[in-house]
Design a protein around this ligand. Structure first.
Ligand code: ADP
Length: 541
């Protein structure tokens, strides 16, 4: 016997319809490339995304054709999120921090037909368009009068001219909820990048789950400034969850420096944010240097790489901001776990609570996880047994776009490439990415743990731990350190700082002071590049 409930596909167009009907006057504020602040409502997003739908239909695109963006976080990008997917085309968010050769490779692999870009990225378009023969139309996300006359780009229109005069009435098509809605390429730290191809169903389920109190806890009372870019796994799903809840959105556009983001947070009464640790590092440095406090900010999600305990403490103790440590990946839409306490843990002393909050957190309903040993046998949830982390669920990929890399699953589980432990309460702790683990004398050393200790030193701005070949121990850890401006610390003082904080044999053999640690296109430390830079390095004997 089937249930007698209405059969309605879960579509991204439902989200924007709902936002328009139930949160019409909810605000969307954007810093524009032009420099000014733009302000409108969810009703306007809905109206203009339907104009986008007409404009796309006018290009005679097929169902599932890819429409790419190369854009900052802003209102026109948001309209494309709903306008492109709502019509059944696939939104492909390209990462503008990639090298132009990579942009060419990815756009051709995705077979993008349209590319919408912020004017900041015009030089990238000029460098790549001749090598992207499948792109028929370029749309500059600007007013008609801002379009350069001599850009050299064929079939270039301004976004505003493109949608101007289009009807704001449009009946969103109904189709199978498993149809593709958007795609995002992984950064390809090993080999060519591969794409996760999300569906309407996976996106809507993820949007529900992300909004839950124990997950991102997004509500109509929030004013959210996503620092995480809309080209980094759909800004972790925030645009969709915001439409679902009616939260206010505040977009920083191209002004991503600490000062600009801080000022926008204050003027727009931002309560909530999300981003990778390196971004917050800059923000906290700015606030400390200028003796600033937040007036409305209460919570921020930090993920994408391990959040150093010193950062969680600084946010909590100095600024009254709760850090929600999160773990996920492009292949998981991206959320896997979020760290929030359980009822029984509320009575624990502050220190014990902090120990829990440093972990990556508990699985969200919709994601199942396990850690396995080398033979694939599941390891106990004891907080000690560490092994390969496997996941499954309706917003985890089944395979990559175009079947790249073959079947990634192991008996239905997706291997994350992360090494982790899970404790008896279900809290996940990532020890390392499998390719970053340091193997010394047959034992593993967690590079994350070593970095976290170094980052707690007041003179340390950024730290990356890598293994160096060693004749006796296989590998020994060293730590590359960027000092805070004006701060002084010696190699010996730093090594001394590790004493008593970790097992003696895990203390790095050396400290290398560097001007900068290479960061990837999503702001994460690139250890492969760092290892290349240190290729002539010799361990002290
Ligand atoms: P990429 O593989 O391109 O870096 P992702 O953004 O999908 O792309 O990165 C996912 C990976 O980032 C995870 O597999 C994990 O190694 C790392 N990661 C994400 N969040 C955390 C976290 N909170 N702590 C430690 N590592 C994390």
């Amino acid at each position: 016997m089937l249930g007698l409930m209405q059969d309605q596909p879960l579509l991204i167009s439902n989200l924007i319809d709902f936002a328009e009907r139930h949160h019409a006057d909810g605000e969307i504020v954007s810093r524009r490339v032009e420099g000014d602040l733009h302000r409108y409502t969810w009703a306007d997003v809905a109206k203009r995304s339907r104009q986008v739908a007409h404009a796309l239909d006018g290009l005679k695109l097929e169902f599932s054709d890819r429409v790419a963006t190369l854009a900052w976080n802003g209102y026109r990008h948001l309209e494309l999120y709903f306008g492109v997917s709502g019509t059944g085309r696939v939104l492909h968010t390209l990462n503008p921090r990639l090298h132009p050769d990579q942009v060419v490779w990815i756009a051709n692999h995705a077979e993008d037909k349209v590319l919408c870009f912020d004017m900041t990225f015009l030089p990238i378009i000029q460098a790549v368009h001749a090598r992207c023969p499948m792109i028929q139309t370029y749309v500059a996300l600007c007013d008609a009068d801002k379009l350069p006359a001599d850009s050299g780009i064929p079939n270039l229109v301004s976004y505003e001219a493109w949608i101007a005069g289009k009807s704001s009435d449009y009946a969103w098509p109904q189709f199978d909820e498993n149809s593709a809605s958007s795609m995002c390429y992984t950064s390809g730290t090993t080999g060519n990048p591969k794409a996760a191809l999300y569906s309407h169903r996976s996106t809507v389920l993820h949007a529900y789950a992300a909004a839950l109190p124990d997950v991102m806890c997004i509500s109509a009372r929030d004013s959210i400034l996503p620092v995480v870019p809309m080209f980094h796994v759909n800004a972790w799903g925030i645009p969709y969850s915001a439409a679902l809840t009616g939260a206010k959105l505040v977009f920083p556009g191209p002004a991503m420096d600490g000062k600009s983001v801080y000022e926008l947070m204050e003027t727009e009464r931002v309560t909530y944010s999300a981003g990778v640790p390196t971004v917050w590092q800059m923000m906290l440095a700015h606030m400390k240097a200028n003796n600033l406090k937040f007036s409305t900010m209460r919570r921020t999600v930090i993920g994408g790489s391990a959040c150093p305990p010193a950062m969680i403490r600084a946010f909590n103790d100095d600024y009254g901001v709760e850090v929600l440590h999160a773990w996920g990946m492009t292949e998981m839409s991206p959320l896997g776990t979020l760290c929030t306490l359980k009822n029984k843990q509320l009575v624990l002393p502050a220190d014990a609570q902090m120990q829990i909050r440093l972990k990556q957190g508990r699985a969200i309903f919709g994601v199942d996880m396990k850690v396995v040993d080398e033979a694939g046998a599941e390891l106990p949830w004891d907080g000690k047994s560490s092994g390969d982390l496997l996941v499954k669920g309706p917003w985890v990929i089944a395979e990559y776009f175009k079947g790249e890399g073959g079947n990634p699953l192991i008996n239905g589980w997706f291997p994350t490439g992360d090494v982790a432990t899970i404790d008896a309460d279900g809290f996940l702790q990532i020890t390392d990415r499998s390719k970053d683990v340091i193997k010394s004398g047959g034992e593993w050393i967690s590079s994350i743990e070593i970095e976290n200790i170094a980052m707690a030193h007041p003179a340390v701005m950024m730290a990356a731990c890598v293994g160096m070949p060693h004749p006796k121990w296989d590998e020994r850890p060293i730590i590359a350190v960027v000092k805070r401006p004006g701060a002084q610390v010696t190699r010996e003082e730093l090594l001394q700082f590790f004493e008593g904080k970790t097992a003696k044999w895990q203390i790095p053999d050396d400290v290398v002071f560097v001007d900068a640690i290479p960061l990837g296109a999503t702001g994460k430390m690139q250890k492969m590049k760092l290892r290349e830079q240190l290729k002539d390095y010799k361990l002290p004997s």
